[in-house]
Ligand binder design. Structure first.
Ligand code: NCD
Length: 310
């Protein structure tokens, strides 16, 4: 069983909990592929609210569908047309939602730490759908789920993450999650996009793209997070693609059966070439299905926690 009311980040999640979420997602994945139709009532009578203060296509839709497929009531709050625009604070918004007796809030917010602040003030279970440059736990869980399904394990695998490491919550959550599960993480990007101190969290900073990719079982490209940088961190998109992007030549350094991952949205031809995105090794679309399965699993496990502990 999970040990906390909320899922705020993989920094705070034990390996056994990660394992349980990934194992639970297997059954949900079968359900999504039409093989096991018995899950639909799991969250009957429960309510999930998605509260996104930042743009999102796949993460928000995925949370919404995960709730719906499990039989929950599901409400989406668009912050652009809510009382947030009238200056309501995050805590007051949370307390308002709590008074409506909801069970889960999936939140995305540009400020690191916002989900934790909300979680500390509400009875509902808060799931972090991405907070600034901090964490994006369900994305890393779906990456691990996709990788585990492709390779049959996580332990001992080498994952190469390339691109804008500094501004990426996906890179940070994956570093926490993958190293906890016994995989190694190697990162590479422009110096201006490398955060200080990532080694202390378990990642290895490669000195070149080739070194990063050498012997990798999985290669993850990351979007340049233009919305989180002041600009001027690399000369041009063309040069970025040439020196830091994932292309066929660079991939020769990875294992021949290496899989390609990307959290999306992808800038075609920048982080990955179109041939890599659409190639046989790319599991980018499968990641999206895995994301739905993982979010279903998280909701089910948090519901169990709530039933037993609250
Ligand atoms: C990621 C995010 O929002 O952090 N995307 C996602 O959740 N699918 C990565 C990104 O936006 O580049």
């Amino acid at each position: 069983m999970l040990r906390h009311k909320d899922l705020l980040g993989l920094q705070y999640t034990e390996p056994e909990e990660i394992q349980e979420i990934l194992d639970g997602a297997e059954g949900c994945f079968d359900f999504l592929c039409g093989r096991d139709p018995k899950h639909r009532e799991d969250l009957k009578g429960r309510t999930l609210v998605t509260l996104f203060y930042e743009n999102s296509t796949r993460t928000r839709t995925s949370f919404e569908l995960a709730g719906k497929y499990l039989g929950a009531n599901e409400v989406n709050i668009s912050t652009a047309s809510s009382s947030v625009q009238k200056g309501e604070s995050l805590i007051d918004t949370g307390k308002t939602l709590d008074s409506m007796k909801i069970d889960f809030i999936a939140i995305r917010h540009p400020m690191a730490g916002a989900p934790k602040l909300l979680a500390d003030h509400v009875n509902a279970s808060v799931i972090n759908g991405g907070d600034g440059m901090h964490e994006h736990p369900t994305q890393a869980l779906l990456d691990m789920f996709t990788l585990r399904r492709a390779k049959g394990k996580l332990e001992g695998l080498k994952v190469a993450i390339l691109g804008d490491i500094k501004h990426s919550r996906v890179a940070l959550s994956n570093t926490f999650g993958l190293t906890k599960m016994g995989a190694s993480v190697s990162v590479y990007g422009p110096d201006t996009m490398m955060p200080a101190g990532l080694e202390r969290l378990g990642a290895r900073i490669a000195r070149s793209r080739e070194e990063c990719l050498e012997g990798a079982d999985a290669v993850m490209g990351l979007r340049i997070q233009l919305e989180r940088m002041g600009g001027g961190l690399f000369p041009s998109l063309g040069e970025y693609a040439k020196f830091y992007g994932v292309n066929g030549d660079a991939l020769k350094y990875a294992k021949p059966d290496a899989i390609i991952l990307h959290p999306g949205p992808v800038n075609r031809g920048v982080e990955l070439t179109p041939q890599v995105i659409d190639g046989e090794s790319s599991l980018i679309n499968r990641q999206v299905t895995g994301g739905l399965a993982v979010r279903m699993s998280v909701l089910k496990l948090l519901a169990e926690y709530r039933a037993c502990s609250m």
